[in-house]
Each structure stands twice: as structure tokens, then as C-alpha cells.
Write a protein that binds this ligand. Sequence first.
Ligand code: GLN
Length: 479
Amino acid sequence: MELLQKTATEQHKALINKEISACELVEASIDRINKLDDTLGAFNSTTFDTALETAKIVDKKIAQGEKIPYLAGIPLALKDNMNLKGVKTTCSSKILENFVSPYDATITEKLKENLVPILGKTNLDEFAMGSSNENSAFRIVKNPYNLSKVPGGSSGGSACSVSASEVTLSLGSDTGGSIRLPASFCGIVGFKPTYGRVSRYGVIAFASSLDQVGPITKTVEDNAILLEVLSGADCNDETCENVPVEDYTQFLNKDIRGMKIGVVGSVEEMLKGLGSEPYYNQMKEFLKQNGAEIVPIEIENMELALPVYYIIAPAEATSNLARYDGVKYSYRNKDAKNLEEIYKKSRTEGFGREVKRRIMLGNYVLSSGYFDAYYNKARALQAKLREDMLSAFTKCDVILMPTTKGEAYKIGEKVNPIDAYKEDMFTVGANITGVPAISVPFCFGKNNLPVGMQFLAPHYAEGRLYRVADFVEKHKEGK
Ligand code: GLN
């Protein structure tokens, strides 16, 4: 156990100093998954054999005195909407229950090149639609801090697996908060990179203009190291931009003196009376006391980011999900008598309630009578929010926001979709505007559950986020 509680950085040092072997590390991870996962429900499937093969290669290299990549041998879990060749990618949906990935996602290839052992695929809300992991077609993931609470979603399995030290690293995808929200509920670090920083090739699309893959880790340092591995242009994803990849660790171990931290008036208005309000205020105080300058800024209509998101995301999801028609690779109803019945019955039985709700919402906002009233209006507002966000960054270096409304809530507590959607009120802004954002653990709330805080930066200024989050991690109260 102790071995798995270490950070990737510590595990790397132990590996190269020959205090442990990569096989021992991966075996420890396998044991722990076997012991805990029936209870936690974080994994949809495991790939222990190939993880051990990778570990053996790492050990051989170390024995031969070869230099190994920094994350070689460090146990990692992939969200089950990312392709790993020869292994199922289910998206926690019945419709893809038996779909085997024919190729590796670009991010998976990068992990393989770096000899990172992949221990398995993690549970999520079906097609990444949700904030609590309760929408998985298979089973509910538990919050490791309190098994009666949700872990957050949609990357709940990824967050849970790192938080419970089943693995050291995991990947999530974030369309409206799905990395940051579960990271906050599970007391770990979650990072949504700039849209275009990380390739989406081989990642099952939810809302293509918003989806972004990012690292989930115990520490900011591990996160910075993993993001560097994942980042970079990809000829298979034209939205993935050719912007130089930085060594993000150069931003760590700095102070925050003189850093301008923006606080948004309309966000503070939204926060009034919510569970995370006192912790947000404590964070402001903490930043000020450590020499940062708190700069009040305004981003008009920030409260509309949520409705804008819940128009654009379902619209894109509707078209992305049209391909699951029972014909080529998805679940097919066996009794269907003609093509129309194949479509109808397969989709009716294959998709869960929330996914169907999004398909209907998406079709509604795209239908000819409502296109201008909903979809076009949402796109216009998105453009305005993006402009305002960029102009806010002329006045500050980063923006502070809470990640969530409060601490993790009880499984089954938020069954009303509107209540569930409201959980995303502070996270969707970064996706709508394409900017990077991090959630870093800050404190424990009144229910004794973790509370994370969020920072946003201009496009491709991920380094600033690592600088401030690393400082928070190392200097917050109780450290
Ligand atoms: N909770 C949001 C939704 O349900 C975001 C999900 C995500 O980021 N994948 O759409």
C-alpha cells in the first residue's frame, strides 16, 4: 500500500534507484484493484497482463543501465471512452458493451511509447454525460472518502482509482467539467488543457468542439509531467494545434508574489449561499496573504455559460451519437425485421435515459423551427463569453473560481436532471471559451469531504495554472 500512496515522482525515483521494480509496482496496483474494486466500482475492465509486460520491459531497461522515460512503469488507468487497441471501449453504455477498439488513440500511443503500464479502463457516466457517475449503464462508482457519496463525473472511475491509490495516474475527458469536478470531490488534481492542446483522435466524441483529454493525479507535479507526455499536434486531429509543448515542471516551486488573480463579480453572485462559498473566500484570503493581487473583474453573462453549454453540447452529441445505429459496430436488437426497426429498437434498448434526453434536447435545438432561437443564440453568446474572457485576461494572469457548488453529495440525491446540470455551473465556462483550467484540492468541508478550487488561464498558458496550484498545494493550511 505505501508504495502506491507515493506520487509518480517518488515512484520514479524509487525505480531508478532500484529500491523497487516496475513489476512490483504494477503487481501492487493489481492486488489493490482486486481487493478494492468490487466495492469502489472504478474499473469497467482490467488489462493486467499487458501492464505486467510493459513493467518487465521497464525493469529490463533499468537492469541494462538504460535511461527510462519519467513515467515508465507508473500504473495508469484510462477512461473507458479512450481507445486501447484490442480492448473494449464501452463508454459505460450498453450500446458499445462489446465494442473492441480497432486502434489506439493518439494519447494511448504516447503512453505506450513512454512505457506507462495501463491497468485498465475506468467507469464513467454513459458517453461522459453526467456529473456523478450515476449514469453509468454498468454500476455506480463510490467516493473513496465516503462510500455513500458520489465520486463526481463523468470521469468518476478515473478520479476514484487515483484517489483510492489503485493506480498512480489516470486520464479523464472534460467536456463541461468531467475532469475537474470528480477531482474536486475525490481530493485530487484534475486538469482540463486548452482546447487543441491534446489530441482527441481515438477518444469517443461527446461534443467535439468542447471535448478535451487531461491528467488526473495526486499532485500538481505529477499532473504537469503527465500533461507534457500527452500534449502536442497530431495529424489525425486537425483541431489539435501545433503549439510548442513546454516542460511544465519549470513553473513549479515558485512563489505567487505579484501574480494578478482575477475574481469575477457574476461568479461571486452565483456562489452566494452555496456550500463552497466560505472556502472560496478562504482561498482569496490565502492568495492575498501570500503576495498575490486580487483583481475584481467582470465577465458579463457568466451565469449563462451553463444554459449555453446545455444547448451546444447536446446539439453536438446528437450528431456524434447518430452513428450508433445497430448496423456497424454497436448493439443490435436481434428481432428487428427491417432497417428502421434495427435503428429504432437498437437505439431504444442500447442508450440509457440521460443519453436519450440529450439526443432529444439536441434534436430540438437543431430543428428548423428552433435553430435560430436556441442553437444560434447559444453560439452567439459563446462568442461573446469568449471575447469577454479574453479581455478579462488583459487585467489578470489567472482567474479563481470554485470548482463545485459544495462537497460530494449522496448517491441518489440529485435525480432531477436540472439539479444535476447545475453541478456544472462553475466548470462549463472554461469549455465554452476553450481556456485551460485546473482543480486543486484546498481543504475539507463541513461534511469532512474534500473541496477543490479552480483556476483558469488564457489559451495555452497552462504553466500559470501549475504555478499557482503547486503553490496552493504546498502552502495551504495544514501543510
Ligand atoms: N456534467 C456535464 C454533462 O453532463 C459535463 C460532462 C463532461 O464534461 N463530459 O454534460
